[in-house]
Design a binder for this molecule. Structure first.
Ligand code: EPU
Length: 440
């Protein structure tokens, strides 16, 4: 992906209207790319988005000896020659330090391929401590020697063995680490308190296509019987539920209407009901979902949660939408302790938001006796002003564009690379909805 500029000038442009086709999500495609490391032959991921995280993950795979080719929405990952174990390098270079969360997921596949592994420190968004202790504990339970150093994590294991693993919290990434490590381990792994997010299930389905023996139980339990080898596979990714919600909100906030194609309804159940309770009129067909609010919107109290609850990545667009709804709203973030770091940028744009280190608007969460600022009270309708702001992360960045779209004058948004790391061609998508955006 070519990035022309990291700054956008956004002019308020009236109601946003049009059709958006969403591609697969960044949080599914990148994990499928890691899974492809385990196959004895090439794998193809279809309907992949053009996002910065795919570029970063492709570069990491190439650096350790895989061939990655891309054509339209297809990403193909192939072992670099037939004698796979001889061609894969065990170290992900330190040049990839801090770029995204993917290296930690490569530990298990690298151990299977080479018996040793080094991955640099992971990055991603500044939304809390985001430790990797669950990943490390799971790999140790599977029999790896794991050591965390200042530059990254090293691991060693001539073989991984099935184990019983209980996650302290249903972490998406740690569940993926277990899946990616246990599928080729010797014997049975039983994972309890696993994440059940649609992107995790998609990964499990892809591994099943590669020949893995995976069972998903209804009680957050995943049972994996290790197999000796996996083959390459191909899979079409379902549309990104975060993008779908974000563009529905873009229509609502601007008193327009965006019709989103390509994201199945069952991925948006809680999001749709939240918008409907706020007064949005939602139309759903087998092909698209649309939301409009001819009579305006009212505030609500929402807490984020693991799937199927209101997901933490929907929180930021909703926060801006709350500023344009009548009355007070409350948002309680329960997944990441520090995910309200973007609020100052929105306040600068006139959003009336107050944050609290308390559990407001929902049941007490695991941050209730900490100093984590994780609840917000939002007053609507706020008059938003254009401003010069720097975007801290991918989801918050999209929200600043939404605020800029309904502000009283143009805004300058810096750090657009965060949005382009996670959203498929946002410049073109916003342009197609009628938003005036200029680069630079
Ligand atoms: N946690 C630990 N220790 C660990 C792992 C997680 O304490 O070893 C904690 C985290 O600090 C957090 C909670 O567990 O408080 C949940 O974290 P989780 O592991 O589920 O998140 P993640 O895998 O790091 C993925 C997505 C996030 C998304 C979350 C929750 C990717 C690359 N990222 O993160 O997406 O918000 O799951 O659904 O898949 C985004 O796309 O913008 C984004 C941040």
């Amino acid at each position: 992906m070519v990035r022309v500029s990291d700054t956008w000038q956004v002019e308020p442009s009236g109601p946003l209207r049009g059709d958006i086709q969403v591609r697969g999500s960044k949080n599914a495609v990148t994990k499928h790319m890691v899974a492809a490391m385990l196959g004895d032959g090439p794998s193809t991921i279809r309907n992949a988005p053009e996002v910065g995280d795919v570029d970063i993950t492709a570069a990491m795979l190439e650096a350790i000896g895989y061939q990655v080719s891309r054509s339209g929405g297809d990403v193909t990952i192939a072992p670099n020659g037939p004698a796979l174990t001889n061609t894969v390098l065990p170290r992900v270079p330190e040049a990839f330090t801090g770029l995204n969360r993917i290296p930690i997921l490569m530990l298990g596949p690298l151990l299977h391929r080479t018996g040793e592994a080094f991955v640099p420190l992971v990055g991603g968004d500044p939304i809390g401590r985001r430790p990797v202790d669950f990943h490390v504990a799971a790999l140790r339970a599977l029999g790896a020697e794991v050591e965390a150093g200042p530059a990254g994590i090293s691991a060693r294991a001539s073989r991984l063995f099935g184990a019983r693993i209980d996650l302290p919290y249903p972490s998406v990434g740690a569940t993926e680490t277990v899946l990616l490590s246990a599928v080729l381990a010797e014997g049975k792994t039983v994972l309890r308190n696993a994440a059940t997010e649609p992107e995790v299930v998609e990964l499990a389905l892809f591994l099943q296509r590669m020949g893995a023996h995976v069972e998903l139980s209804p009680d957050r339990r995943i049972v994996i019987e290790g197999v000796p080898r996996l083959r390459g596979a191909s899979r079409w990714l379902a549309g990104d539920r975060l993008e779908a919600f974000s563009y529905l909100v873009a229509g609502l906030i601007s008193r327009g209407e965006v019709r989103v194609h390509g994201c199945p309804q069952d991925r948006l159940v809680t999001a749709i009901t939240t918008l409907a309770k706020m007064g949005a009129q939602i139309d759903i067909t087998d092909d698209w979902i649309t939301a409009s609010a001819p009579g305006g919107l009212r505030g609500a109290a929402v807490h984020t949660d693991t799937h199927p609850g209101f997901m933490t990545d929907w929180q930021q667009p909703l926060m801006v939408l709350f500023t344009q709804a009548d009355g007070m709203s409350v948002l309680h973030e329960t997944v990441f302790e520090n995910r309200l770091v973007y609020v100052p940028a929105l306040q600068k744009m006139g959003c009336e938001i107050e944050t609290f280190a308390a559990c407001l608007g929902g049941p007490a969460c695991r941050f209730h006796d900490t100093n984590a600022v994780h609840s917000a009270v939002i007053r609507g309708v706020s008059k938003l002003r254009g401003a010069d702001v720097t975007l801290p992360d991918v989801r918050a960045g999209f929200s600043a564009v939404l605020a800029a779209a309904v502000a009283d004058r143009p805004s300058v948004l810096r750090g657009i690379q965060h949005i382009e790391r996670g959203y498929h061609r946002p410049f073109d998508q916003f342009g197609s909805l009628g938003l005036t955006v200029r680069r630079g």
